[in-house]
Design a protein around this ligand. Structure first.
Ligand code: SF4
Ligand code: SF4
Ligand code: SF4
Length: 323
């Protein structure tokens, strides 16, 4: 076990947390599980317990620290100015040096299917993937859990250990749950949102069951570049009248995902035109970080257009069709 005293310098920073909980409604992971231990504050409390010797470092704590989408929203929201990300980063390094096993939200490679094309290595903006001893491996201290490598792999050989609702199947389950909720006949559309850009809108949209609109559901995708065309098409097939994708402006995108999702959706809308589905049903909008007004304006405009289009006629729905 590495000497924990190297984290001692963070004791006063950790003591600054006044337990206000402002970080809660910024965190996509906490919002997915609702567990204190998954909140930014909960993780700080675990670290404080470790420093004060009340809690033994363990695989469990290591994984909790690595379950993070690195959106940095918690730090921006912190009323006491706790440097949450700096504390987390050093604690993570300590836990790795101490030999704990980590999966967290970092990317994993299935070595049985990996074709060693190295697309993911070239794709990663954070140099977190390397080819070492004949295998592609992830540096868990560098991985930002954006999912770009997951998206680019031609062999489906990359997974994100714990997606916290952002993996394609999890998203589609939520699409079904929203569109086919018999208590909400107003359900019409899905907004896939980058967890980095549009999150302020989410804050008011979904916290404590307060829903901004019953007509659309907001689903966090981590980096929007990770959203596959198939997931969008499938969302239409499952009954959505339209899909809006909120991504960062390109100069704010830290993972290279914003231009990719725009290009991908441009290609998808061409396909939609060919199968006689109005391309306005799938739109991408840039939402600068923290610009809640832009988020609300974009969803309002999109919903107006979608309402005018109406539901997809059954004959134009693609195979698989509405459930
Ligand atoms: S950086 Fe984002 S995902 Fe990570 S703990 Fe903070 S709010 Fe949650
Ligand atoms: S592309 Fe994103 S998820 Fe993949 S290794 Fe790099 S930072 Fe991690
Ligand atoms: S993109 Fe997929 S197949 Fe190519 S090296 Fe990475 S994990 Fe292997």
């Amino acid at each position: 076990m590495t000497d924990i005293s190297k984290l001692e310098k963070w004791r006063s920073a950790l003591s600054k947390c006044i337990r206000c909980g402002y970080c809660y409604d910024q965190c996509p992971i906490y919002k997915e599980t609702g567990w204190e231990v998954d909140s930014p504050r909960g993780k700080l409390i675990l670290l404080y317990g470790m420093l004060s010797g009340e809690i033994e470092p363990s695989d469990y704590i290591a994984n909790k620290l690595f379950e993070c989408f690195h959106c940095n929203r918690c730090q921006k929201a912190c009323a006491s100015g706790v440097p949450i990300q700096d504390v987390y980063n050093e604690a993570r390094a300590f836990l790795i040096e101490s030999g704990f096993d980590v999966v967290g939200t970092t990317s994993l490679t299935d070595h049985d299917v990996c074709a060693k094309c190295l697309n993911c290595v070239r794709m990663c903006e954070h140099e977190a993937r390397t080819f070492k001893d004949g295998k592609v491996v992830t540096d868990v201290l560098k991985c930002q859990s954006c999912g770009s490598c997951f998206d680019i792999c031609p062999e489906c050989g990359v997974t994100i250990g714990r997606g916290f609702g952002t993996n394609p199947n999890e998203l589609l389950d939520k699409v079904d749950a929203f569109l086919h909720d018999s208590n909400n006949p107003e359900a019409k559309a899905i907004v896939f949102s980058c967890g980095y850009s549009s999150y302020p809108g989410l804050k008011h949209a979904q916290f404590d069951d307060f829903v901004i609109s019953k007509e659309f559901e907001i689903l966090v995708t981590a980096c929007s570049g990770r959203l596959k065309s198939h997931t969008v098409l499938e969302t239409l097939e499952r009954g959505a009248w339209g899909v809006l994708i909120c991504c960062c402006p390109e100069d704010e995108c830290e993972h290279g995902g914003s231009p990719r999702v725009k290009e991908r959706m441009k290609n998808l809308t061409k396909i939609l035109e060919r199968i006689e589905i109005d391309p306005k049903r799938v739109q991408v909008v840039e939402v600068p970080q923290g610009n809640e007004a832009k988020f609300v304006e974009s969803t309002d405009k999109f919903m107006e257009e979608v309402r005018a289009l109406g539901p997809l006629a059954p004959e134009t729905e693609t195979a698989g069709s509405k459930k």
